[in-house]
Design a binder for this molecule. Structure first.
Ligand SMILES: N[C@@H](CCC(=O)N[C@@H](CS)C(=O)NCC(=O)O)C(=O)O
Length: 216
């Protein structure tokens, strides 16, 4: 399998960490959705990453779809979403908020890093920042100790941890870490795990694709 995308993307990282967790070997092709847009469009009609190319050449895209596919392949004890309700929908609800948080952070970053100052819309930024804060407060209130759902590590933990790293790396100064101590601790715990270290956030890849860290 080949994972396409950079390790400054929370969506790409969540697929990479899951692949490591399942013990699925993969190669990576470091394409940027900006610098290598034509190549990405050739693989995904939406021109977005992550893309996972299977050994027969089939391409899967959208981290949600890819992670569902991979969880279906995994042995039951390795799965990252519980099979039984209500735990299943609890994890999926938390994951939805954590992925949505990544999407809102991406939107905010896009406004600053990709648009010139005269094109930025303060009302869009303010709305996005409210959504980011609301999602963080909601996740913090779940008091992960050590994990969100019982004693097992799930995709909700994986995604929330990656979202906090993304916040720290690309939106430093937006929200004080002391406002969400449980999420910060979850992030530290996860990023220290082997599966996360094998797909660590890459500031180099962020810089290579033209990321401008401004208005943090
Ligand atoms: N819902 C998608 C979001 C993926 C996404 O937005 N990826 C960003 C990179 S971090 C991207 O490809 N952006 C290019 C674009 O939206 O034009 C997923 O979970 O995979």
């Amino acid at each position: 399998m080949v994972l396409i995308g950079q390790y400054d993307s929370p969506f790409v990282r969540r697929v990479a960490v899951a692949l490591n967790h399942y013990g699925e070997p993969f190669e990576r092709r470091v394409l940027s959705v900006f610098r290598d847009f034509d190549a990405v469009l050739a693989l995904n009609p939406l021109g977005k990453v992550p893309i996972l190319t299977l050994d027969d050449g089939e391409s899967l895209f959208d981290s949600r779809f890819i992670l569902e596919y991979l969880d279906g392949l995994a042995a039951p004890e390795k799965r990252l979403v519980p099979a039984a309700e209500p735990a299943r929908r609890e994890v999926l609800r938390m994951e939805a908020v954590a992925v949505g948080l990544c999407e809102k952070l991406y939107e905010r970053g896009y406004e600053f890093a990709r648009r010139s100052a005269d094109k930025q819309d303060p009302s869009v930024v303010a709305r996005t920042e409210r959504q980011i804060r609301s999602a963080l407060d909601w996740l913090e209130a779940l008091s992960a100790s050590p994990w969100f759902c019982g004693s097992g590590f799930t995709r909700a933990d994986l995604t929330a941890a990656i979202a906090i790293t993304y916040l720290r790396e690309k939106h430093a100064g937006l929200i004080l870490p002391s406002e969400h101590p449980t999420l910060q601790a979850l992030c530290d715990r996860c990023e220290a795990m082997e599966h996360f270290r094998g797909a660590a956030y890459s500031a180099t890849e962020a810089a290579q694709s033209g990321w401008r860290a401004s208005a943090a």
